[in-house]
Design a protein around this ligand. Structure first.
Ligand code: SF4
Ligand code: SF4
Ligand code: SF4
Ligand code: FES
Length: 949
């Protein structure tokens, strides 16, 4: 969809090309009232402002301090109107319509007053419109025109702000104070939309000005979400890309490719050049908000490191050789077939990527099953949310979160477990913070003191600061309190859940070993804190659980997911707005990767490969015989490579050598294979072991869909031509064909049509449908043609909800005298996953290297000071990081990120994994730390390994 101009062709706006701005938020009242505006009568919901009612009727009222993403403020006086029976000229933005109200928006009186207001603004504004970067996109300029201002009587000689300095400290936007009209929109955007409260208006009267608090924007609390830039009606806050490249002229709507929130953006271009990404107000997941990654960190797509030509080499010690697509595809197919001829059909496999589109993922798993002839397909979801799939499908019958994001606005108690939303899912975190500021209670269960525990206007009611590895003990203790204190919702359980498993669970959970007093000793969380949190969760009207990788990446990840599912069922917190159990998915399309049949045991829609009826449907459609036995998981592929049975791997957009645990083991297995094929944007750690490199496409070049953490299927549209000359699904089809399996589509829409044909939960989905409605949450089929925002409303997908016993089994990874500290890993706001994208943007300004957070007492005991290089050793390996002495971690726990390959954080993580899904236990590694030589480089990084090899 390409829009060339504002379809309404009316009032100019700042919120992005093609999006109307009605000045004040929509009223959701069901009561309707009648209002007459300039002689015409209109019916609007009660609570609608006069400004909005007029705007919706096509009669725009001039405005400066109002925008429909913010509550009305009423400071600029540009929006005055006359209302019959009212004295004076009220501001239309702050005046709600009343039944029978008669409004006149264009009288001579208001025109004169507006012109006078505008004259005052302009008299303190640099009149450089023609050379200003916002020329054509400035509401002040437009309002001057609307007010009919031709000259300024006061001249420019008086006291003014024209010499005020520009703050260019932020890498992505600048703040030119001389152009500020102090409308307060930026301050309110930071408060109301983002929830960071980084800005204030300093001073009074003439001296009032916007202040980021610190020295400048970069040194302030600002998290560069861009909400203030979007809200600013002038060029005061302006994207540097617009200043450099000029105003965009056209828009393509697409979806962010970073995290599982799945924000919708208008990619705004000038010719073929991308100028800026503006979050769309109609985006179901983000409703006009963004974070620094989606808003600004897209430059990697055009980075000079991009590989755009296929490359080959016989040995990994050879130099790469650029080849044609034909040669690359033929070589790969021939090699894979040779390996199979020599070592058997099962000797090759593939890994699909959660960064790619549903359509690309679907064809990758189809290629493996149909062209490779086995089920050796796995996905990077293996190392993050596979326990979510197992746990939620066992208890509820479906492998996905239960709510839409909007649901949190109805929550009375919010429980955040093992997740750090302000860093990893920032746009959803803003929604959550808004609800908490409105009064919802907050319980945080996390070893670290994440931002939500205490930040601007937010304070958790309870922080259960547990020892890493004791999640299950704590969730059991919470359930124990609920069961033994009579807090179970007996009616819900009797009506909705299977009684046998419930009774067994009840007996189990009431055992003394699950009491808070016993668990306090295991987890370090005081028994009384557990009791209070349990009561709060069980007695709050609507209680919702949100969780992340701090739940799943454990040896008991699946047990913990089931423990949370039990808790929601036991308290009746499932099946309506404001409640539920919600995984905050890491990557943009991790939900889609799972939905599309990327696991070795499941076809699309989570149907087991051993189900004859299901398999027959696929065999008929694909015209091929499929294997009925599950294939290898990623860890099996690695193990079997080392033992010599698994010899060829197709890795689709996933840097396994950096992101998977126990790097040395991964490297050893990659080195043992005869053929490693990597399809990606950049040469990465895995490609160091590859023989074929197939260049991929960035999200700005893709055509397809992503499915976010709330099961929302969003369109991804090509903003620019594919730099490699091919869509990724085409490359995969060509490889399948070269291997002898006929696989062809004319376009990505046809792939979605096939997905819909064969996947019951996607039955009603097509590109045409998505283009019409924007997005839809699966299941979308005959039973739910408009999709399903909330799951399990009238009954669980599996019929009756199934309680599962969840005994706590401590991980085998324990601290001891040699490795006395427990290392846990996480993400930070400005970087993403292995950093391949964000490290190639100005986001490195905020996180140039991975650091190790260590408590003051642990640091002092080892003679370590902040900023010092330290050696971190585990039973598996050793790496070098920089110490950051921090109160975020308790004594005995250390924390790091894994965004930079040089730190090689996964060199030290172990191979322990979830008992059900093999999801690695990234969150618990016993380590010791000692000061390192200041010149020390990471010892076991891939670089050093290759040098040694
Ligand atoms: S920076 Fe922009 S939004 Fe903020 S007060 Fe100034 S003009 Fe208004
Ligand atoms: S970019 Fe976001 S966080 Fe920073 S000042 Fe603006 S609204 Fe606040
Ligand atoms: S919250 Fe996630 S999806 Fe949204 S802009 Fe940020 S990284 Fe992109
Ligand atoms: S827009 Fe209404 S007072 Fe500013």
């Amino acid at each position: 969809m390409t829009l060339l101009s504002d379809p309404r062709g009316t009032m100019p706006m700042r919120s992005g090309i093609g999006e109307a701005d009605y000045g004040t938020p929509k009223s959701n009242s069901e009561t309707l009232v009648s209002v007459t505006i300039d002689g015409e009568t209109h019916i609007v919901p009660e609570g609608t402002s006069v400004m909005r009612a007029a705007g919706e009727a096509g009669c725009d009222i001039p405005k400066l301090c109002a925008t429909d993403s913010l509550q009305p403020f009423g400071s600029c006086r540009m929006c005055i109107v006359e209302i019959d029976g009212r004295r004076g000229t009220p501001a239309s933005c702050t005046t709600p319509v009343e039944d029978g109200m008669v409004v006149r928006t264009q009288t001579a009186k208001v025109a004169k007053l507006r012109k006078g207001v505008m004259e005052l603004y302009i008299s303190d504004h640099p009149l450089d419109c023609l050379t200003c970067s916002a020329n054509g996109d400035c509401e002040l300029q437009d309002m001057a025109g609307v007010a009919g201002l031709r000259e300024v009587r006061y001249g420019m000689d008086g006291k003014n702000h024209l010499e005020a300095p520009t703050d260019a400290s932020n890498p992505y936007f600048s703040f030119d104070e001389s152009k500020c009209i102090v409308c307060n929109r930026c301050v309110r955007a930071c408060d109301e939309v983002q929830g960071t409260l980084a800005l204030t208006i300093e001073g009074r009267g003439f001296n009032s000005k916007v202040s980021p608090g610190g020295l400048n924007f970069l040194s302030s609390e600002c998290v560069s979400c861009g909400a203030c830039v979007q809200a600013c009606p002038t060029a005061t806050l302006q994207e540097k890309s617009v200043i450099d490249l000029g105003m965009p002229t056209r828009t393509v709507q697409t979806t962010c490719a970073y995290c599982g929130v799945g924000c919708s953006f208008n990619a705004e271009l000038r010719g073929d050049e991308l100028v800026r990404m503006v979050p769309t107000k109609t985006g179901g997941a983000n409703e006009g908000h963004s974070c620094v990654k989606g808003r600004f960190a897209w430059g990697y797509a055009s980075h000079s490191d991009r590989v755009t030509k296929p490359m080959l080499r016989e040995k990994i010690t050879d130099d790469w050789r650029e080849v044609s697509w034909d040669e690359a595809i033929q070589y790969t197919a021939t090699k894979l077939k040779e390996i199979q001829a020599k070592y058997g059909d099962n000797s090759i496999g593939g890994i699909s990527s959660s960064r790619c589109t549903n359509e690309e993922i679907f064809v990758v798993q189809k290629m493996v099953r149909a062209a490779f002839g086995n089920n050796n397909i796995d996905t990077c979801a293996r190392v993050c949310h596979s326990p979510t799939g197992y746990g939620l499908s066992t208890t509820y019958g479906t492998s996905a979160g239960t709510q839409d994001f909007k649901s949190v606005a109805q929550s009375d108690v919010i429980v955040v477990i093992g997740a750090n939303p302000t860093d990893a899912h920032p746009v959803f975190a803003s929604r959550m913070k808004r609800r908490i500021r409105q009064g919802a209670n907050l319980i945080v269960i996390d070893p670290r003191k994440i931002d939500l525990v205490e930040s601007a206007h937010i304070k958790a009611d309870h922080h259960l600061q547990l020892q890493p590895g004791t999640n299950v003990a704590v969730i059991n203790a919470i359930a124990h309190v609920i069961a033994t204190e009579g807090l179970i919702d007996e009616d819900f359980v009797a009506e909705r859940c299977d009684p046998g498993p419930f009774n067994r669970w009840r007996k189990f959970i009431e055992l003394p070993e699950n009491s808070p007093e016993v668990v306090a000793a295991q987890s370090g969380v005081p028994a009384e804190t557990i009791r209070q949190a349990a009561r709060m969760y069980a007695t709050g009207k609507n209680a919702a659980i949100y969780y992340g990788l701090g739940v799943t990446e454990h040896s008991q990840g699946s047990t913990m997911v089931m423990g949370m599912a039990n808790l929601a069922m036991a308290t009746g917190n499932i099946g309506r707005d404001g409640v539920g159990v919600n995984p905050l998915r890491g990557q943009n399309n991790v939900q889609g990767a799972c939905d599309m049949g990327s696991f070795p045991h499941e076809l699309s829609g989570y149907r087991h490969v051993s189900d004859n009826a299901v398999r027959e449907q696929f065999e008929m459609l694909w015209d091929v015989k499929l294997m009925s036995d599950p294939g290898m998981r990623i860890p099996n592929m690695f193990d079997n490579a080392i033992s010599g049975e698994f010899r060829g791997l197709f890795v689709h957009g996933e840097d396994i050598a950096q992101s998977d645990p126990n790097t040395m083991h991964v490297e050893k297995s990659l080195k043992a294979m005869d053929l490693v094929v990597v399809q990606d944007l950049f040469l990465n750690e895995t490609s160091k072991f590859a023989h074929v490199f197939l260049p991929g496409t960035s999200f700005l070049e893709k055509d397809g869909t992503f499915t976010n953490a709330e099961r929302r299927i969003n369109r991804v549209r090509p903003v620019m031509a594919a730099k490699n000359g091919k869509q990724e699904w085409q490359i995969v089809c060509e490889l399948a064909q070269a291997m002898g399996y006929e696989m062809h589509y004319d376009n990505a829409a046809q792939i979605m049509d096939e997905i819909a044909e064969i996947t019951p939960t996607f039955k009603g989905v097509s590109f045409a449908m998505l283009d019409e409605v924007g997005s839809v949450q699966w299941p979308c089929n005959d039973a739910a043609p408009s999709g399903t925002p909330i799951m399990h409303v009238d009954g669980f997908v599996r019929g009756q909800g199934q309680f599962m016993e969840t005994p706590f089994v401590p991980t085998e990874e324990r601290s001891n005298r040699k490795f006395p500290l427990l290392l846990t890993t996480g993400r930070i706001l400005s970087q993403y996953n292995v950093g391949a994208q964000t490290r190639r943007t100005a986001n490195v300004t905020w996180h140039p290297e991975d650091v190790l957070e260590i408590h003051e007492s642990d640091a002092a005991m080892r003679g370590i000071v902040d900023g010092q290089k330290i050696a971190v050793s585990s039973r598996i390996g050793e790496t070098i990081l920089v110490a950051h002495v921090s109160e975020r971690v308790p004594a005995g726990v250390v924390h790091t990120t894994f965004h930079h390959p040089t730190s090689g954080a996964n060199v030290i993580t172990t191979e322990f994994s979830d008992w059900a899904t093999n999801c690695p236990e990234f969150k618990v590694t016993a380590v010791e730390i000692r000061p390192a030589d200041s010149s020390a480089a990471p010892t076991n990084t891939l670089e050093s390994v290759l040098t040694k090899a």
